[in-house]
Design a protein around this ligand. Structure first.
Ligand code: AKG
Length: 286
């Protein structure tokens, strides 16, 4: 496998289902990213967009926010992802997970791929990039090493308000907290986790915001099991398979064409992500 990870690191990923920490940005560059994100919050929180800014932050931000598309194309991140997924990489979604200081927001134990219409594919992995200090106190992720070796397990929907996931979904089998390891990261560091990894995160009991940019990568040859065609952005290599409708990075911030494409893509995603839910659920919970 090519890319920047050592053979040992690649082996660790395949054995444990995650790898960390990988330095993607310097602390200074991570701070600059944070400043840009917080400037967007200041400039676009007055209802001037078709959806709340949180919506664009939490789902497919790379389609309308050039900054997020640029982060998703960062060489250090792609080099590491190439070691895991190979030379052809596409972005399925780029998302911001923000937990405000002293917030009870959590993420329950889940496997990412459960509702994504991609089956239990090995051809999806997420880069989780810390933009602030991510500690146990600020609500870091927890992983169960090796859990990705299981196929997708049953999940139940809780629709819990404090859960950041769309349906408050939670793994319906016992997960032993004693098996979990903490994904503690400095600003600019990232972890990569497999789409079947059992993972969760706790509340933010620190006095700072916990900010992460999460980039969901797939490969062109991933064959989905949901009906219809999904969308992805080619960021490295080539796509000779055309399993995904290819979309381009945005040329301007919240451009009209980009916003229209965003809504078109969301309409499709909603049908896939909410399939089988007993209550109406959006694409995320803030
Ligand atoms: O940021 C978090 O706390 C959880 C994020 C998560 O579940 C994921 O990136 O798959």
């Amino acid at each position: 496998m090519t890319g920047s990870l050592t053979n040992e690191e690649i082996e660790t990923y395949h054995e444990d289902g995650f790898i960390k920490p990988i330095v993607a940005f310097s602390i200074e560059d991570a701070k600059a990213l944070r400043d840009e994100i917080e400037a967007l919050e200041r400039d676009y929180s007055n209802g001037q967009l078709p959806h709340d800014l949180t919506h664009y932050f939490r789902v497919n931000g790379e389609l309308v926010i050039p900054l997020l598309a640029k982060v998703a194309q960062t060489k250090t991140i792609l080099d590491a992802m190439e070691s895991i997924l190979g030379p052809n990489l596409m972005v399925w979604s780029c998302e911001l997970f923000i937990k405000e200081p002293q917030s009870e927001k959590i993420v329950t134990w889940h496997q990412d791929l459960t509702y994504w219409g991609m089956g239990g594919s090995d051809l999806q992995a997420s880069a989780w990039l810390a933009i602030s200090d991510v500690t146990e106190a600020s609500g870091c992720m927890r992983f169960v090493p090796g859990s990705h070796k299981q196929q997708l397990v049953p999940h139940k929907d809780t629709f819990d308000e404090d859960n950041l996931l769309s349906r408050g979904q939670e793994i319906a089998v016992d997960v032993d907290e004693n098996d979990a390891v903490l994904d503690i990261l400095r600003p600019g560091e990232m972890s990569i986790h497999h789409g079947r990894m059992f993972h969760a995160s706790g509340p933010n009991h620190s006095d700072d915001r916990r900010i992460a940019i999460v980039i969901r990568y797939v490969t062109p040859d991933l064959v989905r099991d949901a009906p219809g065609s999904d969308y992805a952005m080619l960021v490295r290599g080539t796509d000779s398979c055309k399993n995904w409708i290819n979309v381009a990075p945005p040329s301007i911030l919240f451009g009209q064409g980009e916003l229209e494409l965003y809504d078109q893509i969301l309409k499709y995603k909603e049908t896939v992500l909410s399939a089988g839910a007993e209550k109406e659920s959006g694409l995320f919970n803030a």
